[in-house]
Ligand binder design. Sequence first.
Ligand code: FRU
Length: 325
Amino acid sequence: SGPKPAYRIGFSQCSTAGPWRQAMLAGMQRELSFHPDVQLHMLNAHDNSQVQQQQIRELLRTGIDLLVVSPYEAGPVTPAVEEAYRQGIPVVLLDRRTASRQYTAYVGGDNLEVGQTAARYAARLLNQHGTIIEILGTPGSSATSERHQGFAQSLTAFPGLKVVSQVNGDWTEKPLPGLAAALKAHPEVDLIFAHNDGMGRGAAEVCRQLGLEKKIKIIGVDGLAGPNEGLDLVQRGVLTASVLYSPGGEDAIRTALSILNKQPYKHENTLGTIVIDSTNVRTMQQQTDKMVTQQQDIERQQSLLQRLQATYASQQTILYGLLAT
Ligand code: FRU
């Protein structure tokens, strides 16, 4: 057992499935690599609010200095998060919110803005006239209600745009049977707004099967790098656009440490968004490629430092050995 960690951060993660959540965790670990004395203890709720409640209480029992939580559904997870907060444990909401104002800080994108951005982009794409299907995330997730609300709000400015059907995609790309039915009932549909790129990818597959891939434009959300993710899908024309939504792992840890170290921090930490389409996708890809190489450079430097330290330590051992004789 090494030295006692300076802080123990509990992380209640709604799910670890999919590259977006993996990118979030990688970001947290990247930031934590600069703070080896801080411990992160993550529990994965596997998209189950009951499990997530229990896990938050378990984290509280085992003793944590701060709770980071990405709630699966806002309502059911709220009581346990409020318990933490009332016990004096600072709470950082990450990406999704609870239904309560009892939290210390929020870190993540503005999901209302994500929906609004998608609506305005759709209006431009369709010259303000057309028919839309919306594919929603899990009904109880705050990201779903906020993306939906923002989308609906901004569409009211465009009476020529109509949402004819809403399909629940549960944040996953599993075949969307509801979508095929909706498309058959509304063959005139011009555009699909999917609350994330995974569901957009699923929608593209359904459109392809129905021979509609040329006619229907798809907007997703996330804009992640990597094969078959948002940037790649936009680059290949599978999606017309993706609204960037950053996982924010680094930012969450930075905010958590400011809170723990009693340094100034913001209550709302909004990560910016932007539409990624054919006009800027190459630039975005080059940027993320560059970040990957820079990260690799940092890791190479870290391992070089470790080797130097090991050499130094063994030389000291030899030196002390010599001095002792
Ligand atoms: C991943 C995810 C993302 C989405 C976010 C919303 O679990 O579904 O695709 O943007 O969660 O909270």
